[in-house]
Design a protein around this ligand. Structure first.
Ligand code: PGA
Length: 248
């Protein structure tokens, strides 16, 4: 089995000085006590280059939180996958629920950005997850299966990662039961296997949504959990590192 991946999603948080300080603290701690997992930090666009510099040679990878589907052109306000690569990113999160609800990205758009990430040589973390209403209606499996079908592009295994985050668990402190997490991960694994065959069996599936030091060990030990996508707790070096230390 590959090492688990603990990915920090800083969201729209981080100015240069405190951001570099947080990254520096993570770098030092990792050098002193290497965690049993791979680490990725995804700051806002403005800090990708700075953090890539801070993390150079540390083994901690730096990623971004979105990219445009085109490599360049008249797209005011957007950033392309080759630009992220150029700034030192090695991966990009795509189709996070906050991008689906705020700018309103749909499956085809997410799939296009994932294709652009691949063309630029970036690892892609494609987000899937159900809302509370969808779970209460018992539709979580159908919703997530449709998201996978719509947003995961061809050629995904190898450098593609799926992040499953129930929307109602993001930033709320609420997490699904262990059985619910295991059931969703098993379903995602089945869907990936049906589509991609044996290589689909090796796509890491991260869990995300209120992962913190107190629940990381339990969640990371569940079957088919290949790591975690961590929001709030990734902004505190101690908490992020405690989660990393809990990797299976
Ligand atoms: P959270 O966010 O860990 O703060 O719940 C996770 C995410 O949205 O990626």
């Amino acid at each position: 089995m590959p090492r688990q991946l603990i990915a920090g999603n800083w969201k729209m948080n981080g100015l240069t000085v405190p951001g570099a300080r947080l990254a520096g603290a993570i770098r030092e701690a990792v050098a002193a006590a290497p965690p049993p997992c791979d680490l990725l930090i995804c700051p806002p666009f403005t800090l990708v280059g700075t953090l890539a510099h801070v993390m150079l040679g540390s083994g901690v990878a730096v990623g971004a939180q979105d990219c445009h589907a085109k490599p360049a052109g008249a797209h005011t306000g957007d950033v392309s996958a080759p630009m992220l690569k150029d700034a030192g990113a090695t991966a990009v999160i795509l189709g996070h629920s906050e991008r689906r609800t705020e700018p309103g990205e749909r499956e085809a758009a997410v799939r296009a950005t994932a294709g652009a990430g691949r063309a630029a040589g970036l690892g892609r973390i494609v987000w899937v997850g159900e809302t509370l209403a969808e779970r209460e209606a018992g539709r979580q499996e159908a919703v997530v299966a449709a998201q996978l079908a719509g947003s995961v592009p061809e050629g995904f295994p190898g450098s593609g990662v799926v992040a499953y985050e129930p929307v109602w668990a993001i930033g709320t402190g609420r997490t699904p039961t262990e059985a619910d997490i295991a059931a969703m991960h098993a379903m995602i694994r089945r869907v990936l296997g049906e589509r991609f065959g044996a290589t689909g069996g090796r796509v890491p599936i991260l869990y995300g949504g209120s992962v913190k030091p107190s629940n990381a060990e339990t969640i990371l030990a569940l079957p088919e959990v290949g790591g975690a996508l961590v929001g709030g707790a990734s902004l505190v070096a101690e908490d992020f590192l405690a989660i990393a230390a809990a990797a299976a």
